[in-house]
Design a protein around this ligand. Structure first.
Ligand code: NI
Length: 223
């Protein structure tokens, strides 16, 4: 990425309101069988909006910071992980990095598939990344309205610890591999906007601006 782009990303200090509920800004991507947000019942929608209010949005400098390794595996960390899992669930996301809550800990949680338990990964380090790459659409809870095609390693092996300090090694492919890469990016201050072309980034910035507009000003097909 060139300096111009970096400046553009940093200088945009727009205040982002809480995304309205009909948007589909699910972290990484919505599970295929999940209902469209417009079809969510009022309670689910309210819970999602409440959760999203805790998620830092584009323009917040914390999203550009590098998170620090966790050294203390204590009760506070376990509470943090539980809270992250709950917010991810309520926000209908498939992954969440501590950075997105303004906490600069190298901690992420994810749940790529409906029947999977929530996995917490502390101090993740990639041991291996496949040469094979895959492109798929990603969204991000921190980038309302943005859905972009992102190229990622198709398979990864990542080492880290769980929230109790127990060593973890995870081999992942498909959506799970994608979510892990997306969340580790967050821990390094990297957003999907940094992984796409300048042209795609312009479109994404426009989508984000439109997502901020009050519903009545949006084109009819976006409601
Ligand atoms: Ni994200």
């Amino acid at each position: 990425m060139d300096d111009d782009d970096r400046t553009a990303a940093h200088d945009t200090s727009i205040e982002l309101p809480t995304p309205s509920s009909e948007e589909a800004d699910v972290e990484v991507e919505r599970e295929e069988d999940a209902p469209e947000p417009a079809e969510l019942d009022a309670e689910t929608r309210a819970r999602r909006d409440a959760a999203l209010r805790h998620v830092r949005k584009f323009g917040d400098p914390v999203l550009r910071a590098t998170a620090l390794p966790v050294e203390r595996f204590d009760e506070d960390l376990r509470h943090e992980v539980v809270r992250m899992g709950e917010l991810m669930h309520d926000a209908l996301g498939v992954g969440l990095a501590a950075t997105q809550l303004g906490v600069l800990h190298r901690v992420l949680v994810y749940k790529a598939y409906v029947d999977d338990p929530v996995t917490a990964l502390v101090n993740p380090v990639f041991e291996w990344l496949s040469d094979e790459l895959e492109t798929a659409e990603e969204g991000c809870l921190s980038l309302p309205g943005v859905h972009v095609e992102v190229e990622r390693h198709a398979r990864v092996r990542v080492r880290g610890q769980d929230e109790t300090g127990r060593p973890l090694e995870i081999e992942a492919e498909g959506l799970e591999a994608r979510v892990i890469q997306h969340e580790v990016d967050h821990l390094n201050g990297v957003l999907v906007l940094d992984r796409i072309s300048r042209e795609a980034r312009k479109d994404a910035m426009r989508a984000m601006r439109e997502a901020q507009e009050p519903a009545e000003h949006r084109p009819a097909d976006a409601a």
